[in-house]
Design a protein. Structure first.
Length: 493
C-alpha cells in the first residue's frame, strides 16, 4: 500500500484529469465506431438483396439505414475530431517524440475518413437519381473505406503496444524509422482482425436489436422480420469467428506482452500450473479474494498444457507494471468481455440450430428478449476490450519506451478539469441531438408506413433517372420519406 501511495504521489497533477478526459471521450466515441465501420457493409448486403430479388422492403430498409449511417457519421466526425486534438493537447510528449514513427496511422485514418464522407454523400444522393446498378456499384468502396480507417487507428495503437521500426540515438530520440515495420507490428494482425470482427458483431446485434424490440411489441410484419434477420445473421456468423480471434489475441498478449497478460489474469508470481480466477480482487501481497478459482486453467489456456509457465507481475519492478488496482480493473473487464462473448455465442448457436432444422426464426419470446439485449452486451464487450488494452499497458504509453507521466501536458490540472466539464456538457448535447434526430426519423418512417396502409407501392429503385420526388399526396408513402410494402405500425421500434 505504501508503494502504491508513493507511485501516485510521484505522478504529475495533470495525470488524473488528462486520463479522465481521454477515457471519457474515447469511451463515448467507441460507441459510434461499430456503426461507422460495419453498418455500410450491412446496408449494402440488404441493398444487394433488394436489387437481386426486386424486393421493395429490402430496398426501403437499405435506404433508411443509409440515412442513419449518415447521421451517425456526422456525430462520429465531432467525437473523432475531439480525440485527434486531445492527442496533441494532452500528450505532447508522445506526439513530439514519437509522432514521426507511428503518425502514419493517423494520416491513413484521416484520408479514410474523408473518403468515407464523400462515398456516403454519393450513396445518399444516388437514391432516385442514379441507375440502380450504378448506384450500388458506387457504394461498394464504402466498407473498404471504413476498414481503411480502422486500419490506421489500429496500426497506431498496436505500435504503442509493441513498438518497433526505429532506432534510438544517444539522446533517446527515435531515428532510422522503418514505416513498414512501424505499421505492421507483432500485435497489429491480432488486434486489427479482432477489432474488425467485433465491429461487425456489434453493429449486427445493435441493428437487429431495434427490430427485435419491434417484434416484441407486436410488429411482426415482413419489414421487421427482414430488418431483424439480415443483420442478426451477419452477426451470428461472425460471433464464433470472433471467439477464435479473441483466443488468438489473448495468446499474442501472453507472448508479446507477458506483464499485461499477468495483470489481465492477476498472476502475481511466475509459475506453472497457474489457476484461473473468474473475477475476484488482487491484493498488494499477491493474494486473490472473492473470485472463483479454477485450478491450472490459466496455464492450460495460455499454452494448452498445465505445466505452461506464466510470467507474473513480480517479474518486473513495481514501477514498470500495472498497480494491483489496475490489474483488478482489467481482470474484471477482460472477464466481462469474455462472458458477454460467450452469451452471444450461445444466442448465435440457438439461432443457427433453429434455422438449420426449421428454416425459420426461433419463436421463443426469450430469444427476442435476448436479441434485444445483444446489442447492449456487444457494446459493453467493446468498451471492456479497450479498457483492457489501454489500462493493461500501464504505466507505459509506448510500451517499455515512454511512461504516461513523461507524455502528459504541462497545462495546469485546474484548466484540464474545466475542459473535462465542458466536454461532458458538449457530449451530452451532441448525443442528445443524435438521439432526437433518430427518434424523429423513426416517427417519420412510421407515418410513411401508416399512410401506405399495406398497399403495394413503387419501389425506391423503380424510376430512372432518379429526379426529385413528387409532391406528397394522401396515402403516398413516397412523399413521407420512403416506400415499400409494410403494414401500419411498421418502420421502426
Amino acid at each position: 500500500m505504501h508503494l502504491m501511495a508513493h507511485l501516485v504521489a510521484d505522478a504529475p497533477a495533470q495525470m488524473l484529469p488528462a486520463r479522465s478526459l481521454m477515457a471519457f471521450t474515447l469511451a463515448s466515441h467507441i460507441m459510434l465506431v461499430p456503426m461507422g465501420v460495419a453498418l455500410p457493409l450491412i446496408t449494402l448486403v440488404m441493398h444487394y438483396r433488394g436489387l437481386r430479388r426486386a424486393d421493395a422492403t429490402a430496398l426501403l430498409l437499405a435506404r433508411r439505414w443509409s440515412a442513419v449511417m449518415a447521421v451517425q457519421f456526422a456525430i462520429g466526425v465531432v467525437t473523432g475530431t475531439v480525440l485527434s486534438f486531445e492527442f496533441g493537447l494532452l500528450w505532447p510528449g508522445l506526439m513530439g517524440r514519437w509522432g514521426d514513427v507511428f503518425g502514419i496511422g493517423f494520416g491513413v485514418e484521416a484520408w479514410a475518413f474523408f473518403l468515407e464522407a464523400v462515398l456516403i454523400a454519393i450513396y445518399l444522393y444516388g437514391w432516385r437519381r442514379l441507375k440502380p446498378r450504378t448506384h450500388f456499384l458506387l457504394a461498394l468502396p464504402l466498407p473498404a473505406a471504413a476498414l481503411l480507417g480502422a486500419f490506421g487507428i489500429l496500426a497506431a495503437n498496436s505500435w504503442m503496444n509493441t513498438p518497433q521500426g526505429f532506432s534510438l540515438d544517444s539522446a533517446g530520440n527515435p531515428v532510422d524509422v522503418d514505416v513498414w515495420k512501424a505499421v505492421f507490428t507483432p500485435m497489429f494482425g491480432p488486434q486489427y482482425w479482432h477489432f474488425v470482427v467485433a465491429m461487425l458483431v456489434t453493429a449486427g446485434y445493435v441493428v437487429a436489436g431495434v427490430y427485435a424490440v419491434g417484434w416484441l411489441r407486436g410488429r411482426r410484419d415482413r419489414y421487421h422480420r427482414l430488418g431483424f434477420t439480415v443483420p442478426f445473421t451477419i452477426a451470428a456468423v461472425a460471433t464464433p469467428v470472433q471467439f477464435v480471434l479473441g483466443d488468438s489475441i489473448a495468446r499474442s498478449v501472453f507472448q508479446k506482452q507477458p506483464v499485461k497478460f499477468a495483470a489481465m489474469e492477476m498472476v502475481w508470481k511466475t509459475d506453472t500450473h497457474v489457476p484461473e480466477y473468474l473475477f475476484g480482487r488482487l491484493h498488494p501481497d499477491g493474494a486473490v479474494s472473492g473470485g472463483i478459482k479454477v485450478p491450472q486453467l490459466d496455464s492450460i489456456l495460455a499454452g494448452f498444457r498445465p505445466d505452461t509457465k506464466v510470467t507474473g507481475l513480480t517479474s518486473v519492478p513495481a514501477s514498470d507494471r500495472p498497480t494491483v488496482a489496475q490489474s483488478t480493473i482489467i481482470h474484471w473487464t477482460f472477464d466481462i468481455m469474455v462472458g458477454a462473448g460467450s452469451v452471444l455465442l450461445l444466442l448465435a448457436l440457438w439461432y443457427g440450430l433453429v434455422w438449420l432444422r426449421h428454416r425459420r426464426l426461433p419463436r421463443s419470446t426469450w430469444f427476442f428478449r435476448s436479441s434485444a439485449c445483444a446489442g447492449v452486451a456487444s457494446l459493453l464487450a467493446v468498451e471492456c476490450g479497450w479498457i483492457t488494452t489501454e489500462v493493461g499497458r500501464q504505466p507505459w504509453i509506448v510500451y517499455q519506451n515512454m511512461r504516461v507521466a513523461d507524455a502528459v501536458t504541462s497545462t495546469r490540472s485546474t484548466s484540464l478539469w474545466i475542459m473535462f466539464g465542458l466536454v461532458i456538457v458538449m457530449y451530452v448535447l451532441v448525443f442528445g441531438s443524435f438521439l432526437a434526430v433518430l427518434l424523429k426519423m423513426r416517427t417519420r418512417w412510421r407515418l410513411a408506413d401508416a399512410q401506405a396502409g399495406g398497399r403495394p407501392v413503387e419501389a425506391p429503385e423503380a424510376v430512372t433517372p432518379y429526379g426529385p420526388r413528387p409532391p406528397a399526396t394522401a396515402g403516398d408513402a413516397r412523399g413521407s420519406g420512403g416506400s415499400g410494402t409494410a403494414p401500419p405500425g411498421g418502420g421502426g421500434s
